[in-house]
Design a protein around this ligand. Structure first.
Ligand SMILES: [Fe+2]
Length: 255
């Protein structure tokens, strides 16, 4: 075991000089590009209709690909450079990671609402079911953003989540069903603001791929806002008591 560790240390230290020159580390370094790409050495003057000369234009892209790590380092070095990252600004990456936290926090808060309404002292199981489903939906959003960061060659940095309150504020006039519905609406409005801010970052960074991704989220968020607003109106109209029980039963019977 000891000898294995010693040999690993030697291999790592022996690898360090290769970072000095990326070009020197490429097996094809020094050879003409045409030879590296196996392109026949032919006269291209007769091919004037070709507007995209890949053999000359691809050089910067080849140079941008990080070098291959030695086999001994695979899986051991943190922050290995992405091979696919292109036009992905660190500001966009940071804003997306913040959005992951927003979505996970939403999920956490909806979970707290679901737990509240499922108490034996509350007994609104339809409301509990609705908020449990919302929690899962928000978690799905968080994972979608997380997957997007990885797809763009970024690094996901997760942060600590704020603990939600375990009780809805006591308010005899409002009632807990309406207090929960209004809280959910406020959460969806805040999420929409966060998405708009994310879209602004994407525009400022000149990242059409990200603006397209965020626009898809904004479209879904508009639907969520409409549903949350309509739900508040319905609970307000129902009032306290039997009206809330009727809505609760309806939520319980929904597919
Ligand atoms: Fe969401």
């Amino acid at each position: 075991m000891l000898s294995s560790c010693s040999s690993f240390t030697m291999s790592r230290s022996a690898r360090i000089p290769r970072a000095a020159s990326r070009a020197a580390s490429l097996p094809s370094a020094g050879r003409p590009l045409r030879q590296r790409l196996n392109v026949a050495n032919r006269d291209t003057s007769s091919l004037t209709s070709i507007s995209f000369d890949v053999t000359s234009e691809i050089s910067p892209e080849l140079a941008a690909i990080p070098p291959h790590s030695q086999a001994v380092d695979v899986g051991l070095l943190p922050n290995k450079p992405s091979l696919s990252r292109q036009n992905f600004d660190p500001k966009s990456e940071e804003a997306l990671c913040s959005q992951v936290s927003v979505e996970f926090t939403n999920s956490y808060f909806y979970t707290a609402l679901a737990a509240y309404f499922a108490r034996d002292s509350v007994g609104l199981m339809g409301f509990a079911k609705k908020y449990r489903a919302e929690s899962e939906e928000e978690r799905k959003h968080a994972l979608e953003v997380l997957d997007y960061v990885n797809m763009r060659g970024g690094t996901v940095q997760l942060s600590a989540l704020m603990a939600p309150p375990s009780d809805l504020a006591e308010n005899d006039q409002l009632g807990d069903a309406l207090a929960g519905a209004e809280f959910a609406l406020a959460l969806e409005r805040l999420t929409n603001e966060k998405l708009l801010a994310l879209h602004k970052v994407a525009e400022e960074c000149g990242d059409p791929n990200l603006t397209d991704f965020v626009e898809g989220m904004l479209e879904e968020q508009a639907e969520a806002l409409y549903e949350a607003g309509t739900f508040v109106t319905r609970v307000r109209r129902a009032g306290l008591g039997l009206g809330v029980t009727a809505i609760d039963q309806e939520l319980l019977n929904e597919g």
